[in-house]
Design a protein. Sequence first.
Length: 293
Amino acid sequence: MSPGKETDMMKFGVNSFLFSSPFVTHESGLYEKVAQMGFEVFEMAVEDPSLMKADEARANLERYQLKPVICSVVGMDRNLADQNDSVFKNADQYLRFCIQFAAKVDAKVVCGPFHSAVGFTELLSEGDRQHLLERLVPRLRSLATMANDLGVLLAFEPLNRFENCLINTAAQALELVKMVDNDALGIHLDTFHMNIEEKDIAGAIRTAGPAVYHIHTCENDRGIPGTGHIPWKDIANAVQDIGYQRDLVIESFTDQVRSIARSVSVWRKLALSSENLAEDGLHFLKNNFISTH
């Protein structure tokens, strides 16, 4: 599947993590809430595959006219780059489920840091890192081949240094994309992580260019977009410069679920409520991105 085949105009979305964890596909009220807020895209986080039923999801997505995106959730037991075969096989099986699920609900993108895992933080020499990438390439290429056959794009996410040691920047991500050399594999950029790792966020977006398949539009503290110091005007211009016409998704996390709040270090309220964060964030993003297109 060529990345140029998706012709939809840019749409705005929100990740299920902002409201619930783990996400369950039969929660029809959540789809309704997302649609009523004005979002056109619903990014569904796949924490537990047993809770994800394609027929339920598809019916709710169609009912509320939402475009789906599938967000992978990869802890250390789903580390695709792990040298332990059982860990790799578990990651591979999980990601194949995500790809198949995406195809069943007509989602065009599977995103997330599936190049390795959240929490994979080892001090690697350059030689160690290169060896790890070489081990990872055929694994990603196999998944990309499957995704291509099913009409799905894979977009892997660079994470900040405190969450991952393998892929932190857009330049590193582009290096891996070139190594795998399959059009079904591209990059998922997240402004929260870019704020920590990139010297120039807009420049990094331009560096990744047409390899960018998905973007999370998040404030520097994961709060309401527009209330922090992320350089949104520069980002909007860079997005326009690379001809990006895919989705812009707000990803943040509810503080009402202790397990998820702890895992992503949400120690205080990020907004008055999840609804407040979503609605105000959407209003801000529409004002700043639509006007540039």
